[in-house]
Design a protein around this ligand. Structure first.
Ligand SMILES: Nc1ncnc2c1ncn2[C@@H]1O[C@H](COP(=O)(O)OP(=O)(O)O)[C@@H](O)[C@H]1O
Ligand SMILES: [Mg+2]
Length: 207
């Protein structure tokens, strides 16, 4: 589905720098006078934030992978309807901290949910809206969790092997869609990575 705005997503494991870089991009674009907005997944609107709480609750150890996949999609469907579509129709540069690639990587590659099924439910949940550009900040999971510190949520508590599979998934997505996904080395300094991101976004805005 074509849209007037520009849809930019940030992906990668916890602590890789998604929030840092997406905030910097929002500040940069806002200062330039570009109509832009930052949202996060799962969440971003009231209903989706409630679904987020269900997903990250550490006591929900019994949640199966199908339930988990559908809850992520449910949160996404509501966000797409309430924010993503209206903003893109207005022409906003919409920055989203995680989107459908997260479900492919975490529930598909990580939990073994059939990827074709995820994509088909994804099409239903997003009404076919796809990011115009995606930055995958690639970082070793251990390093990411060290950076973040604090308490881990239900997903972060999963094994190193699980998180390794998620990373393999992201790299695979990037390989399959090189025109959309830019892999950024998450170990590099914040400013260096921001320059790379800023230049790529500038090119896209000029295109
Ligand atoms: N390139 C980087 N190098 C070193 N530290 C970083 C880098 N990017 C982010 N950080 C720090 O790591 C922590 C987690 O970053 P954050 O952006 O919140 O990650 P995410 O949103 O992907 O979980 C923050 O304290 C942030 O300042
Ligand atoms: Mg974050």
């Amino acid at each position: 589905m074509r849209h007037k705005g520009v849809f930019i997503t940030f992906e990668g494991s916890e602590g890789c720098g998604k929030s840092t870089q997406s905030r910097k991009l929002l500040e940069y674009l806002t200062a330039k006078g570009v109509a832009s907005k930052l949202i996060r997944e799962p969440g971003g609107v009231a209903i989706s934030e409630k679904v987020r709480a269900l997903l990250l609750d550490k006591s929900h150890t019994a949640m199966n992978k199908e339930c988990e996949t559908l809850l992520y999609m449910a949160a996404r469907a509501q966000l797409v309807e309430e924010v993503v579509i209206p903003e893109l129709e207005k022409g906003t540069v919409l920055i989203c901290d995680r989107f459908l690639d997260s479900t492919v990587a975490y529930q598909g590659y990580g939990c073994g949910v059939d990827i074709a099924t995820i994509k088909s439910i994804g099409l239903f949940a997003t009404k076919g809206i796809q990011p115009d550009m995606t930055f995958f900040l690639d970082l070793d999971t251990e390093e990411g969790l060290r950076r973040r510190g604090g308490e881990r949520d239900r997903i972060e508590l999963r094994s190193v092997a699980y998180h390794h599979q998620v990373r393999v998934g992201y790299l695979d997505i990037a390989k399959k869609e090189p025109g959309r996904v830019l892999v950024i080395d998450g170990r590099k300094p914040i400013e260096e990575n921001f320059n790379t991101i800023r230049e790529a976004v500038e090119r896209k805005l000029r295109a």
